[in-house]
Design a protein around this ligand. Structure first.
Ligand code: E4P
Length: 216
């Protein structure tokens, strides 16, 4: 399973990258706004800075919702760097645009996916990634990881090439359960990645080893 970080914060991206386990980055308009980035030039420069930090797939999201607008915006985003993946929402014009991007050699990540039916459409349109939002599914009273499992099963049975990118991760347990469920990628906030490191018995064991090492 690949690890992406789900943030536009350069310091956090750098920290995850320095761990040596980072395969890519996902962003969205809310995450970009959180960093105070305003205007197209600043947005494009920020994507360039992320691409300079991480040599892996970097998702950059369109904000247009009509076919022509999505294509125009997606082409500009894809031109920023060869590693840019155009992130397109799961709407009717989004599916049409994903098919157009696929036919024209531009890789896509279909975002805001909440059902297996939507995931089938993403795959049929040729998206490189499908992003089920598991934390938000959990928030609505259903089981987000079960959705990841269902999509992974359908893709395996049907031989679809689209990769399942589990998004909206809220904690370390989500990451572990997504790995079990067959996710190809987990995109995670930095604190969820770092939480994987933690176990009280590791801390207790290390303290004892260090104490005993003084006797050597
Ligand atoms: C996916 O790519 C999104 O950026 C993200 O995972 C959404 O997560 P949230 O539900 O925590 O906003």
């Amino acid at each position: 399973m690949k690890f992406f970080i789900d943030t536009a914060n350069l310091a956090q991206i750098k920290e995850a990258h320095e761990l040596g386990i980072l395969d890519g980055v996902t962003t969205n308009p809310s995450l970009m706004a959180k960093e105070g980035i305003k205007g197209q030039e600043a947005i494009f420069n920020h994507y360039r800075a992320i691409c300079d930090l991480v040599d892996g797939d970097i998702s950059a999201e369109v904000v247009s919702t009509d076919f022509d607008g999505i294509i125009e915006e997606g082409k500009k985003l894809a031109a920023i760097h060869p590693n840019i993946i155009v992130k397109v929402p799961m709407i009717k014009d989004g599916v049409k645009a994903i098919k157009w991007f696929t036919d024209n050699g531009i890789a896509t990540n279909c975002t805001l996916v909440f059902s297996a039916g939507q995931a089938i459409l993403c795959a049929k349109a040729g998206a490189k990634y499908v992003s089920p939002f598991i934390g938000r599914v959990d928030d609505s009273g259903w089981d987000g990881v079960q959705l990841v499992q269902q999509i992974a099963n359908i893709y395996a049975v049907q031989g679809f090439k689209t990769q399942v990118l589990a998004a909206s991760i809220r904690n370390a347990n989500h990451i572990i359960r997504c790995a079990e469920a067959g996710a190809d990628v987990c995109t995670c906030p930095l604190d969820s990645i770092l939480a994987l490191l933690k176990h009280p018995l590791t801390d207790i064991g290390l303290a004892k080893f260090l104490e005993d090492a003084k006797k050597l």
